[in-house]
Design a protein around this ligand. Structure first.
Ligand SMILES: [Ca+2]
Ligand SMILES: [Ca+2]
Ligand SMILES: [Ca+2]
Ligand SMILES: [Ca+2]
Length: 549
């Protein structure tokens, strides 16, 4: 290498490395020892303890791993003492979990954070398969792993900082949202504040519903699929019908909230009816194209909006929200673009009924969950169970009652957590979330208000708030404003008594905020108060132009 090239290399190195070196903190010998000494903490099995760098900060932290019998693996991220904000945070999980999740950004903010694999390892037991004839793994996943990880985390905090956390919080979405509500219901003393996003609290109902939705779409050899095979090569290449449906829904309901922004602020106010509102788009009987809806497709659409109802007329779960149509595609609709693999099927729920619904598991997953026509081998030493054979009438049959008691966080009585304990609860949910339906969360919140606060929203809002975000998808994304710091409003509420009447949500495109407004504590909604005649001008979609009404 020539001298110039070496010099050049050195100068590049120094440009990259020096600012880091200048700011990066190093742990003192005492801190290294304090961290490593946690290996010998009593009554807790710690398998590793070391100082680690944080990608999201210049400050290293103490990183610990441990095991809780029989199969819960957990980790803790503890900022060095001078960087600790005095708070403990349990970080929520997603999907079926089975791994250790990091919250580097919260560690960078000073939180001492823990998370577990909820009692199974998705590397060897993917999806719901961990729950095959394994009651302990189900209980750990249902509620035990989070609670014991919290106890372990608080013990480690005590030992490492020589003081208890000033405040303890939970933050999570989806599976994490379910865990948050489960903690509020089962272990009311664990947290001062719980933030539960898009909670999968009605865990069995939402998965039963997911499978039922897929059964509607797949029935009769995908006759009612909303993706269309335009050139008859068995590959569903066009999604035009979903776009047409969405436009028809927006035509009818976007402006109900006073703003033409392609977002329906409250889909429950929308009375779109596919039976009449798609009249002019119905195919003639022998037609199959992506310009019109055939009878099977109209039936699918009506079913998805209605949600599953069993033979005795009992609603199992709410139907999809108006305005959520584009988001059906990734989760439920097999099409060329997702390789005929909607994520509800091949991701989170294709094996739920095999392992997590029935008290006695009916059988192993079929070789390929995408194969609707496969007939499960239901006899022999290792019987199979096909998701298409799930009978929605089993939902209230009692066969799923034990698993409901383990996984569901549907108890509306939060008197211990919100009353006796003085805890605070924030629930948020996106209105176009099509994996977990927002309407169910609204129903839970209202029931909780009835049971816990005698039906008084005024009383309930002293301790608990629900934020329904218009146009927000599952835990984020979507056409509406969907970004905000989920934890900060809770911390202000718990520690400073500043109750969040709204959160400031932003929609960001290419790093630029192009829509900002308050998401108001339910049942209030954002109302435009900006320049007259400017309501549909996106430049007016800023916080100061709205108020909660
Ligand atoms: Ca985890
Ligand atoms: Ca095709
Ligand atoms: Ca609107
Ligand atoms: Ca099982």
């Amino acid at each position: 290498m020539s001298i110039t090239r070496i010099l050049k290399a050195i100068s590049i190195l120094s440009v990259i490395a020096l600012p880091c070196l200048a700011n990066a903190q190093t742990a003192s010998l005492e801190e290294v020892a304090a961290c490593e000494n946690l290996r010998s903490i009593r009554n807790l099995t710690i398998t590793s303890a070391e100082i680690r760098a944080n990608d999201q900060s210049d400050n290293p932290y103490c990183y610990l791993r441990g095991i809780i019998s029989p199969a819960i693996h957990f980790h803790a991220q503890l900022p060095l003492k001078e960087n600790w904000n005095g708070r403990f945070l349990q970080w929520g999980d997603g999907g079926k979990d089975g791994d250790l999740d990091y919250a580097d950004h919260r560690v960078a903010e000073g939180y001492a954070v823990t998370n577990s694999n909820t009692g199974h390892d998705n590397g060897v037991e993917p999806g719901a398969s961990f729950a095959f004839n394994n009651r302990q793994a189900e209980i750990d996943f249902g509620y035990r792993a989070v609670h014991l990880t919290v106890l372990a985390g608080k013990l480690l905090v005590n030992q490492f900082y020589k003081q208890a956390p000033s405040y303890s919080y939970f933050e999570g979405c989806s599976q994490g949202g379910r865990q948050g509500l489960m903690e509020a219901q089962r272990y009311p003393n664990d947290f001062d504040g719980i933030v539960a996003g898009a909670p999968a609290f009605a865990y069995q109902a939402l998965n039963a519903s997911g499978i039922w939705n897929l059964q509607r779409i797949y029935r009769e050899n995908l006759a009612g699929n909303l993706a269309v095979d335009t050139d008859a090569n068995d590959s569903f290449d066009s999604l035009k019908l979903v776009e047409i449906l969405h436009e028809k829904v927006l035509d009818k309901c976007d402006v109900l909230d006073g703003i033409s922004d392609r977002v329906i602020d409250n889909p429950l106010n929308c009375d779109f009816d596919p039976a009449t509102d798609l009249d002019d788009l119905t195919c003639s009987s022998d037609e199959y194209s992506d310009d019109c809806f055939n009878e099977s497709q109209l039936r699918t659409i009506a079913d998805l909006y209605a949600g599953p109802i069993d033979d005795s007329g009992r609603q199992i779960y709410p139907g999809k929200a108006f305005g959520s149509e584009p988001r059906w595609v990734g989760y439920y609709i097999p099409h060329e673009g997702n390789n005929m693999s909607p994520s509800k099927l091949v991701g989170v729920a294709g094996d739920h009924m095999n392992y997590l619904f029935y008290e006695n598991d009916p059988g192993k997953t079929i070789p390929d969950v995408r194969d609707y026509n496969y007939e499960a081998k239901t006899t022999g030493p290792f019987p199979e169970f096909h998701w298409k054979d799930y009978d929605i009438n089993d939902f209230y049959s009692g066969k799923g009652d034990l698993m409901k008691s383990i996984t569901d966080a549907t108890d509306p009585d939060l008197r211990q957590f919100l009353g006796d304990r003085g805890g605070k609860l924030i629930i948020y949910h996106g209105w176009v979330d099509t994996l977990i339906v927002g309407e169910d969360t609204v129903d839970y919140f209202e029931e909780m208000v009835d049971v816990t606060f005698d039906g008084s929203f005024a009383e309930a809002n002293k301790d608990s708030r629900l934020f329904m975000a218009p146009g927000m998808g599952h835990c984020g994304g979507g056409p509406g404003p969907n970004n905000w710091d989920k934890l900060a409003p809770m911390v202000d509420w718990v520690e400073k008594g500043i109750a969040p009447d709204f959160v400031v949500a932003e929609h960001i495109t290419g790093g630029i905020v192009d829509n900002q407004r308050p998401v108001c504590a339910y049942p209030k909604q954002a109302e435009y108060i900006g320049p007259s005649n400017g309501v549909d001008d996106p430049t007016n979609w800023t916080l100061e132009n709205f108020r909660c009404e």
